[in-house]
Design a protein around this ligand. Structure first.
Ligand code: SF4
Length: 870
């Protein structure tokens, strides 16, 4: 059980996506947290998506790393910290400062980030600190800096509500930024905002689209070039505050519309809507950034807004939304290898000197450090002798992940700070340091609209976990820099950071929060969310509306871009794999995987594939397929859908070696990067697909954890237990023995065998309660997962081994509304029998979609399908 810091509701911030919703976390008697949206937080005004709502289910001590470990041995903190400081110092002394590296995370708090950056850049004297945000938004950073002279996100969430037209490009906002999506959907309902989605996939976001452009993968830059050229023809490009207009226009005019894969009519409708809307916002995300030409794509979007002056005023502008809760904070604080703190430039000697002077530090690097992909290459090459990975899981999330894992395994000295004991990366560490997690951490984060909010502790850290800023400071002190790292509370770090931003502001940086430099602990504790720059500070609240950019001339820079498509699939490799998130999981699932509620929507990684592709490959729905590249292979469940185009399958990114036998999709992706931003192209991998010739399929539920020993498995949490999807390439000789081993149970099961259908069903029962059950079939197992999951919570009944409820009871089917547990079958029955016509009516009748709203696009899509089929 957890111990609470306070018994009252605590105002804090969600740790998942870049929307940065405010959360009210109230301790419960059982040591958990009751979660509500904070009605006073300007990012969400009380709304939360399903991931936020389920936060209370993810804070338990199960699986946490509770104490420091050296080579697997539990040790005292002092021993571990002494060792880390000594090994880093030795590596620096022997091989120079560039022989060490930190790989950190967009989930660190700003104070953690500040300390890591100060230690590496100011005291170790290397810029070898990079972050997993490199995988998320580095192309936006590079595009902003080219165009604006600074990494400034000019947009704010209210712009989406004030716009006449919102373009969502490379962004499945409905699933990846759900509360922002709900704000947009509401604005559309109220004032008829036009919504355009540009995406090769038909995602949940398309449910509110007036126009969906199924662009050819990677052709986004061509669309915005065509828009720019046409905007000029219509006399909209008269912005005097930019340079490079003519060069950008000349290139744009030469763009071949055929490259987009769109019809002339589709392009005309897009351009007409965009040009007719003075207030237009273009939201973009990983679909733009995660590309080998991501920076160029970003600049084509910025070009259109800058050329037409649709920037820096209410309801308009380009808007990069970040995937992680503190990707923006990391950018501000200098967490990227090619930036200094407070948006200062590492290539500028004046900036370097100013920061060094402020830190009173012994040295500063003279050049950018290694970006993520290059960093792990340097680890592989043996250039990096000591590596510290903090709050991230690169052995699973980096492209060419197996190679990265091998590189980490071969490094002389690897430290991993994490909240979890077992991840794909912790198993490779020499030293493991237990860090505090959400609910325990204390600091600030910046969301996608530049809003700084507090994450406040509600729980006492489990075991011996310590805050990341403290762990870093204690190592820095042991390395000889005691005074510079002697904070006793994060408010002191924040104050120092704010003071440094004042120095940056004097040098022309946009990031200046120096009015917080004298903040005391009490003010820090009571800080309310604010957008920088604050009202009343010298820069006012909006950027670039008056055309004052952060370039030496003060003018914006348009960038000519020749659009480039990703390498096409060849005849040998017929499929270009797209990757992304599912609705209810987050990154490598170390937290969301702990929530039974969140596991109900997507309990298994599926390969979404067009029915024609599946047919040509001989893959039936729900069968299994091997997806492979020269780098690796995954096995995924087949989900046929025309939401993806032929040749463009899609797979989710969340499954690791801890949750699946072979679901680590980034084992497939190449380490190919945008040459300007260093961001990997994770969304267009040439893959081969073949059938996984399973001899049997299985589905298991158990009150206790399941220990699969077969070629394919995916494990997930349930309320009251666990479940696993299974399959094997050879049939066990004795299913009783196989079941006993799977569940770690000695007793004999009840067995029902149907040789005609080729099914075997085993139930392990104790005093009329189900302990575990295994359903085996020669074909994909057709039982009601929701019914069996519920069976763990009830007395056993005759329906158990039938695998579905009695005839008089509804089989929920696949879960749609995770808040209520309502499945697709109940929704279909209610919509058709009660003749429900709107999502709100479904909410009133069943409660589905009426709580967090994350499932509303799926309910709407279902209603449309039923209407079409009727
Ligand atoms: Fe968290 Fe959901 Fe809000 Fe994102 S939209 S911050 S995941 S509650």
């Amino acid at each position: 059980m957890n111990t609470h810091v306070s018994c009252r509701p605590v105002r804090t911030t969600c740790p998942y996506c870049g929307v940065g919703c405010g959360v009210l976390a109230t301790p419960t008697a059982d040591g958990g947290l009751a979660i509500k949206g904070d009605p006073d937080h300007p990012a969400n005004f009380g709304r939360l998506c399903v991931k936020g709502m389920a936060l209370g289910e993810t804070v338990g001590p199960a699986g946490r790393l509770l104490s420091p470990r050296v080579s697997g041995r539990q040790v005292e903190w002092n021993e571990a910290l002494d060792l880390v400081a000594r090994r880093f110092s030795e590596a620096i002394e022997k091989h120079g400062p560039d022989a060490v590296a930190f790989y950190v995370s967009g989930q660190l708090l700003t104070e953690d980030y500040y300390v890591a950056n100060k230690l590496m850049k100011g005291f170790i004297g290397s810029a070898n600190i990079d972050t997993n945000s490199r995988l998320c938004m580095a192309s936006s950073v590079a595009g902003h800096r080219r165009a604006f002279g600074s990494d400034t996100v000019p947009g704010r969430y209210e712009d989406l509500e004030e716009a006449d037209c919102v373009v969502l490009v490379g962004s499945n906002l409905a699933w990846c930024h759900p509360v922002l999506f709900q704000r947009l959907a509401r604005a559309r309902e109220v004032q008829g905002t036009k919504v355009i989605v540009i995406d090769p996939r038909r995602t949940a976001t398309c449910e509110i689209a007036d126009l969906h452009l199924r662009v050819r993968p990677g052709a986004d830059a061509a669309i915005f070039n065509l828009l720019l050229a046409e905007a000029e023809r219509r006399g909209l490009t008269a912005n005097a505050s930019v340079d490079g207009m003519e060069e950008a226009l000349t290139t744009a005019r030469q763009t071949d519309a055929a490259m987009t894969g769109l019809s002339a009519d589709e392009l005309d409708r897009f351009i007409d809507l965009w040009c007719a809307s003075d207030k237009v916002v273009t939201v973009y995300s990983q679909g733009i950034n995660q590309s080998d030409s991501g920076t160029d794509k970003v600049n084509t979007i910025l070009n259109c807004h800058m050329a037409t002056g649709r920037i820096g005023r209410p309801g308009m502008g380009p808007f990069s939304v970040t995937g992680q809760p503190n990707a923006m904070g990391g950018r501000e604080v200098g967490g990227l290898a090619n930036m200094l703190a407070c948006h200062l430039d590492i290539d500028d000697p004046v900036h370097r000197q100013a920061v060094q002077q402020f830190w009173n530090s012994p040295r500063m690097p003279h050049a950018p450090g290694l970006k993520a992909v290059d960093m792990f290459r340097a680890v592989e090459d043996g250039q990096i002798k000591a590596l510290w990975i903090i709050c991230t899981n690169p052995a699973m999330s980096m492209p060419d992940a197996d190679r990265v894992a091998r590189a980490i395994a071969g490094c002389d000295f690897v430290v991993v700070s994490d909240i979890m004991a077992r991840t794909d990366t912790t198993r490779l560490a020499d030293v493991l340091l237990p860090a505090t997690g959400w609910g325990e951490k204390d600091g600030t984060v910046t969301n996608s609209e530049r809003r700084i909010s507090r994450q406040r502790p509600t729980l006492v850290p489990v075991g011996q976990a310590r805050h990341d800023w403290r762990i870093l400071s204690e190592v820095a002190q042991r390395m000889g820099w005691h005074d510079a790292f002697s904070w006793s509370h994060p408010s002191e770090i924040f104050g120092e950071y704010a003071a440094l931003s004042g120095v940056a502001g004097q040098l022309g940086s946009d990031f200046d929060i120096s009015d917080c430099a004298t903040i005391n602990r009490s003010d820090y504790d009571s800080m309310t969310p604010f957008i920088w720059p604050r009202a009343g500070t010298r820069q006012g609240k909006r950027f670039f509306g008056e055309g004052t950019y952060h370039t030496p001339t003060g003018r914006g820079r348009m960038v000519p871009v020749v659009p480039r498509l990703p390498q096409p699939a060849t005849t040998d490799v017929a499929f270009q794999l797209n990757t992304g998130r599912v609705r209810d999981h987050w990154h490598s699932m170390t937290r969301t995987g702990a929530s039974p509620r969140l596991s109900r929507h997507s309990a298994e990684p599926c390969l979404e594939i067009h029915p024609s592709d599946a047919e040509s490959l001989g893959l039936s729905p729900a069968s299994l397929a091997r997806v492979s590249t020269p780098r690796g292979e995954v096995v995924l469940r087949i989900l046929t859908t025309d939401c993806v185009a032929p040749g463009q399958p899609f797979a989710p990114i969340h499954w690791s070696d801890q949750t699946a036998s072979s679901g680590r999709v980034n084992g497939l992706t190449p380490a190919m990067v945008d040459h300007l931003s260093g961001q990997p192209a994770l969304k267009s991998t040439n893959v081969s697909i073949t059938a996984f010739e399973a001899k049997w399929y299985g589905y298991a539920v158990s009150r206790h954890s399941i220990d699969p020993n077969c070629e394919y498995w995916v494990a997930a949490r349930l309320a009251g237990g666990y479940q696993a999807e299974l399959a094997g390439l050879s049939v066990p000789l004795d299913w009783t023995e196989a079941g006993q081993r799977l569940f770690g149970i000695d007793r004999k099961p009840i067995i029902v065998r149907d040789d005609k259908r080729g099914t075997i069903r085993l139930a392990f029962v104790e005093e009329d309660r189900l302990i575990a059950a295994l359903f085996v079939s020669a074909d994909p197992v057709a039982v009601s997962r929701s019914h069996l999951a519920d069976s763990l919570l009830k007395d056993i009944d005759a329906t158990l081994l039938a695998g579905r409820p009695a005839a008089d009871r509804q089989d929920e089917g696949a879960t749609i509304c995770a808040c209520t547990g309502i499945g697709i079958n109940r929704l279909i029955a209610a919509i058709t029998t009660q003749k429900l016509l709107t999502v709100d009516e479904v909410g009133e009748a069943l409660g589905a979609g009426a709580n967090c709203g994350s499932c509303r696009p799926e309910i709407k899509a279902l209603m449309l399908r039923l209407l079409t089929d009727a």
